[in-house]
Write a protein that binds this ligand. Structure first.
Ligand SMILES: Nc1ncnc2c1ncn2[C@@H]1O[C@H](COP(=O)(O)OP(=O)(O)OP(=O)(O)O)[C@@H](O)[C@H]1O
Length: 287
């Protein structure tokens, strides 16, 4: 959570300099001449998990790719500490931002540990060998994600969920200020979903700014400090889960009649979709 006075919390090891969040201002993204994302402004605060939610085709992946500087927005800017991420050197950017895409398929014969070790390269000087600390962090992140048992396995032989864990471990090995995850639990079983979501909370508690695209709104309500709701390429609501996940917004954006109630077990909101509302969801209408 952010500190009550609004100041950034101390670094993730508790002693380092304050970590930094990520800011998007007026971001618009075009693909093949078509505007996909319109005028999105948001802040991912250090110490918080920001959930990016919205129906299929809302523009979440397109936005996250621009936040990660994988693509350049046509309009607006993405910054960390007022510095545009697109203008940073790739190595410097990789020390600050780690991004795990939806599709983590790899077609080269590296072991899972080799892949996680690659996450250390932004911290190692050019032509310098990997250090003991790089190996230690690699092993720690494999353990943190529950993927130690996969270390020696070729990534081409991993299941989709196993690959997702290995890529999360690689992203953590960057030790970034900002962690961007596109559907990080989509391929995971119940236990691993919980493990990863709790892990994200721990990373945030250590000062990281975490942004995760999530489809499960119960998980979004329970594990995110703030939510950003996208619809047809626009950010239509942002705030606490209680502010964003209302029966009205779920009807408008997802086209469902849903009941939003407190879950007596978790204390978080629980969303029960009862019926599909008549007519097309607005995302489909747009096409
Ligand atoms: N390379 C591309 N070429 C053309 N259209 C694209 C491309 N990438 C995305 N789009 C379109 O942009 C829109 C937003 O896609 P995006 O993948 O960002 O949505 P999303 O919110 O992540 O969806 P989902 O929840 O289904 O993953 C969609 O209508 C999609 O068809």
């Amino acid at each position: 959570m952010s500190t009550s006075n609004g100041a950034a919390p101390a670094g993730r090891n508790g002693t380092g300099p304050p970590t930094r969040g990520l800011r998007a201002e007026g971001v618009g993204i075009d693909i093949d001449g078509r505007a996909i994302v319109h005028d999105v402004s948001l802040v991912a605060e250090p110490g918080q998990v920001l959930g990016l939610i919205g129906p299929n085709g809302a523009g979440k992946t397109t936005l996250v790719r621009a936040l990660a500087a994988v693509t350049a927005p046509a309009r607006g800017v993405v910054t960390i500490a007022d510095r545009p991420v697109r203008r940073m050197q790739a190595r410097e950017r990789a020390r600050q931002i780690a991004y795990v895409p939806q599709d983590t398929a790899l077609d080269f014969d590296f072991t899972a540990r080799d892949v996680v070790l690659m996450g250390r390269h932004p911290h190692v000087g050019r032509f310098e060998p990997l250090r003991v600390i790089d190996h230690d962090v690699t092993d720690a992140m494999l353990a943190e994600t529950g993927a130690s048992h996969l270390a020696g396995q070729l990534v081409t032989t991993l299941s989709g969920g196993e690959r997702q864990l290995v890529h999360l471990a690689k992203a953590l090995a960057h030790q970034p200020d900002v962690l961007l995850l596109d559907e990080p639990v989509a391929a995971l079983d119940l236990r691993h979903q919980l493990h990863v979501l709790q892990l994200l909370r721990r990373q945030a508690a250590r000062g990281m700014a975490v942004v995760a695209v999530l489809h499960d709104l119960d998980q979004a309500a329970r594990f995110c400090d703030r939510l950003a709701l996208m619809h047809a390429g626009r950010l239509v609501a942002a705030g606490s889960p209680r502010e964003v996940l209302t029966e009205e917004s779920l009807a408008e954006v997802y086209g469902v009649h849903a009941v939003v109630a407190d879950d007596v077990t978790t204390g978080a909101l629980r969303i029960t979709a009862l019926d599909v509302l008549p007519g097309l969801a607005a995302t489909e209408k747009r096409k």
